[in-house]
Design a binder for this molecule. Structure first.
Ligand code: NAD
Length: 291
């Protein structure tokens, strides 16, 4: 069994750290919100008093934080993971952040003898709660092999996709596809409702044909019912579309649909839906037609 530090116990990190504790690992968890730590202790984890307390005695430190500034603070900061952890510790950053920060973190960690993987996830809150996440991992093959048994406690599809930062590139690709599908499902609902067709019945048919996908499968009922409790907040998807567009620029490629989806998500944020689930792209699409 492994001694783990887990930092960032939110919508995703909360259930993920709980699964690791339930699997018998020693999990010392920390979050800036004490109520998030209380949930982990109720699930069998241990409350850490801060980042250093979570990282100091850990064999593996997992971070699940909103974005790159938080990862930089928590990992590189004066009281951060690199300052506290022992050489040989493995840091697995499961946050979705820009690839270049993953590369920078890995290089700063290497100077202290700390190994790093970028291991962002897909599958949403339900995937985290059911330990069924897809995990795309960048970094050294040997470190991936070492982390794999732990990742199996939270995920089902666990793939080493390349060197440091590659996990984040694959996650950016995932997010542009997910955003595009939400946008198109929203357009399908608006079209059917405006034409006097029952959208739920229509989507049931779509879910059985070539248009079938996980979003139709899992979210069609809540979308038609206008239930937009997160889940995955529009604000976070806005961050991810920025990462995807920056990665496209870095790779010198043109992704026109990604640009369009990014603008749709940005509109959701400007319209005040940032804290709603990203399925609220339906509200943005309705707004475009004055509905
Ligand atoms: P969240 O906001 O619910 O959780 C983040 C947690 O980090 C919060 O509890 C916050 O208090 C904590 N935190 C922030 N700064 C901190 C600090 N300096 N020290 C300690 N704790 C700190 O977000 P989430 O939905 O769990 O997402 C986490 C990451 O996973 C994001 O990068 C997101 O893009 C990604 N992700 C989310 C989903 C989803 O469906 N929610 C799916 C896949 C990937």
């Amino acid at each position: 069994m492994t001694t783990l530090g887990f930092i960032g116990l939110g919508i995703m990190g909360g259930p993920m750290s709980g699964h690791l504790a339930a699997a018998g690992h020693t999990v010392r968890g920390y979050d800036v919100h004490p109520e998030a730590i209380a949930k982990l202790t109720a699930a069998g984890g241990i409350a850490a008093t801060g980042i250093a307390d979570a990282a100091a005695d850990a064999d593996v430190v997992i971070t699940m934080l909103p974005n790159h500034p938080q990862v930089e603070d928590v990992v590189l900061g004066p009281d951060g993971v690199l300052a506290a952890a022992r050489p040989g510790t493995l840091l697995v950053d499961m946050s979705t952040i820009r690839p270049e920060t993953s590369v920078e973190v890995a290089s700063a960690a290497a100077e202290k003898g700390i190994r790093v993987l970028d291991a962002p996830v897909s599958g949403g809150q339900a995937g985290a709660e059911q330990a069924a996440l897809s995990i795309m991992v960048g970094g050294e093959e040997a470190d991936f092999a070492a982390a794999r048994p732990l990742l199996e406690a939270v995920g089902r599809t666990i793939v080493h996709v390349g060197p440091h930062g590659a996990g984040q590139v694959v996650k950016a690709a995932n997010q542009l596809v997910v955003g595009g599908i939400y946008g198109l499902v929203a357009e399908a609902i608006v079209l059917m409702e405006a034409s006097g067709v029952d959208a739920k019945t229509g989507l049931d048919v779509l879910a059985g044909g070539l248009a079938a996908n996980r979003i139709l499968e899992l979210k069609r009922e809540s979308m038609v019912a206008r239930e937009f409790r997160p889940g995955f907040r529009i604000d976070l998807h806005h961050k991810d579309m920025g990462i995807a567009l920056a990665a496209a620029r870095q790779a010198d490629v043109s992704l026109p649909l990604t640009g369009l989806v990014a603008q749709l998500v940005a509109a959701g944020r400007s319209m005040g839906y940032g804290d709603l689930d990203h399925s609220a792209l339906l509200k943005v699409t309705e707004g475009l037609s004055g509905r």
